[in-house]
Design a protein around this ligand. Sequence first.
Ligand SMILES: Cc1ncc(COP(=O)(O)O)c(C=O)c1O
Length: 459
Amino acid sequence: MLSKKASCDSHGQDSSYFLGWQEYEKNPYDPVQNPNGIIQMGLAENQLSFDLVESWLATNPDALELKRNGGSVFRELALFQDYHGFPAFKNELVEFMAEMRGNRVKFDPNNLVLTAGSTSANETLMFCLAEPGEAFLLPTPYYPGFDRDLKWRTGVEIVPIQCTSENGFKITAPALEEAYQRAQEFNLKVKGVLVTNPSNPLGTTMTTLELNHLIDFAVAKEIHIISDEIYSGTVFNSPSFVSIVEAVTERNLEDTELWNRVHIVYSLSKDLGLPGFRVGMIYSNNQTVVSAATKMSSFGLVSSQTQYMLSQMLKDKKFTANYLKENQKRLRKRRQMFVCGLKGAGIRCLKSNAGLFCWVDMRHLLKSNTFEAEKELWMKVVCEFGLNISPGSSCHCSEPGWFRMCFANMSEDTLDVAMQRVKALVEPTMVHQSVVSKSTWLQTKWVFQLASYDREPDR
Ligand SMILES: Cc1ncc(COP(=O)(O)O)c(C=O)c1O
């Protein structure tokens, strides 16, 4: 009756990443209404700087009231349906992107394609760059949503580039080559490498050495580079952020073929904390890609009132400069609080300088060095201690015992409660009230569904 796509379960929603969210939805923490509920630490949301956006809106009511110089632009916006997007909005976006890169690079608004978030941008690039059954290489650990965004509707395959804790999960030349060879063994044609810079889930920026390995590799294999730079505005500590475009320009490769094979993905979901507005984009120097992606963007446009409102906001350079600075300051402070709390419980994390999360090392809490033990610990953390965190296996990490924990989607008070729960986890003598009774837990079907594909090479 239905298509294969509709009836098969390759969407990836049975990954522990999404299953943890479902469990949270059933029993969300609230300090007053539900103090024993689950605290959401599996959602990379930025709620630290809402007040800055809200106060800008309060002093610039025309933007929300859809007015220009006091007159209504309602009709103009209601009728707008051009899939190229508002030129004024695209101008503001490229300036905002340049500002975040210290104006060391310039972006041309004609090379920008608007999409409904980075989710849509990444999928659209897959449709533009690869046939079903062709592959992209991704360094592990990677954002669990990529299994859905890159593979599900496109039929494109992901082959992991295995990075390890030995060097802080950095990308190396042998790891790139090894992934390429593995793809060949599976008869998969490699079309490119996709990186997140800064990395989700590591919270680190790519080093110049890593960027150069990536560039050398893409030149040698004649493949594409996609750099998902959705967290570029969250870099709160040195080393500073170097965009792929900057790295390629540094090496004077603008006149080579590689220039046309480098594509950036960006969105306002993280840096401005506006995932609900669905504002994403592709930036590419390849005119064929820009043209094809623009046509495809018909399936996921950014609404005209959102474009209007945000172009007014981004036009205010004083606001954007202050926002970026203040937001980074708040993220730095929040991360510090979080890392100190974990340290008090004897838990360390990877040294990070960006993002809305930390990559937390709980290997010492595993009963054995296996993914079964990681799953057991994860279930305990979610159900007994009420913290929804993402296990490394959902990010395709090759080593058991790492977890991604988000820290910017809650109040300081909630973070305090979360830290007390982490302490209780490591100190079994502490009295702790389980948030889910054992019997309920055993009845919950999903706990036994940690997808085994999380750990297998993707095919
Ligand atoms: C690396 C990365 N890319 C893309 C996305 C999707 O973002 P958007 O809300 O813009 O679709 C996320 C969201 O967590 C992400 O972390």
